[in-house]
Design a protein around this ligand. Structure first.
Ligand code: ZN
Length: 292
């Protein structure tokens, strides 16, 4: 057990270094160490003599921290990776935004990593559809012709929206890995990849709210009556006038908050998760294997 504190409490295998000038110690945890998923205690170092089957630090059952004990989200555990598995995964995250993070497996490499990418790309691509529907409905409602001219600005706009979501996912990934390092968590690229892929369903909500917000804004304008002369300082008038822009913007922010909240819960629940071993599930014998 390296990196253990003098009182033996901090048993995480860590590599410490000081950030010059900040006085802040940062830790990097061995990606192969077997940790308690609850508190980060290195249960892999407990050894053969350890009889209890709970973490000595927080009491979490050791079986609930074994590498590969997570059953995986629908897309991770089902044999196919078709639209059905992706929809079931979205539904799982939406229905159980807390519990799902006890199932999701880290996506370090191989099939798990590629499925996480598929999930993120498909979700962000699907998020383009509500915006497409909005643009088509505007073109139709405003009788904008010819359609070819409309396509000239629609296609770059939709592509731009997709790229924006991908960039935001990328930034988020860098952000959670940095925060994880500062807090002494083990947010590996595979953890970040899995969390963001599953949380990206928030962008789907954002897209639906953008489209819904626009038409709600239009409806609101019709309800209140737009075009009447507004007295100066009339805040309601200002809202009415900007509603078709303001409401979609608020919708996007709500979706982004949902994405951020899902990422936050996911990272908290997976901050000490153990890698899935190549052979699938590991058993308690992992405790007896001395780490090099
Ligand atoms: Zn523990």
């Amino acid at each position: 057990m390296n990196g253990a504190g003098e009182d033996g409490r901090d048993a995480r295998p860590t590599e410490m270094w000081k950030l010059e000038g900040t006085g802040m110690a940062r830790e990097r945890i061995d990606p192969d160490a077997v940790l308690c998923e609850g508190c980060g205690y290195e249960i892999g170092g407990l050894g053969e003599g350890y009889a209890a089957n709970a973490c000595p630090e927080c009491g979490r059952a050791l079986a609930d921290s074994m590498p590969g004990h997570r059953k995986g989200s629908p897309l991770q555990r089902e044999p196919g990776r078709g639209p059905g598995a992706i929809c079931r995964t979205w539904w799982r995250v939406v229905r159980h935004p807390w519990r799902v993070w006890d199932e999701v497996q880290p996506a370090e490499s191989g099939e798990l990593a590629s499925r996480a990418r598929v999930l993120r790309l498909c979700t962000n691509a699907m998020a383009v559809l509500p915006v497409l529907a909005l643009l088509v409905s505007v073109v139709y409602a405003e009788s904008i012709t010819p359609v070819a001219a409309a396509l000239r600005w629609m296609v770059p706009l939709l592509a731009g929206f997709f790229v924006l979501l991908e960039v935001l996912c990328r930034i988020e990934s860098i952000g959670i890995r940095t925060i994880g390092r500062q807090r002494g968590w083990r947010v590996t690229p595979g953890v970040a990849r899995a969390v963001i892929a599953h949380a990206s369903v928030g962008w789907l909500l954002a897209a639906v709210l953008i489209a819904g917000g626009f038409w709600l804004g239009r409806w609101f304008q019709g309800l209140v009556g737009v075009g009447r002369p507004l007295p100066a300082g009339d805040w309601l008038g200002a809202i009415v006038e900007t509603a078709p822009l303001l409401f979609p913007a608020v919708g996007f922010l709500i979706g982004m908050l949902v994405f951020e909240a899902l990422v936050y819960v996911g990272v908290r629940r997976m901050r000490f998760v153990n890698r899935v071993p190549a052979g699938g599930e590991a058993d308690l014998a992992v405790l007896d294997e001395p780490r090099p």
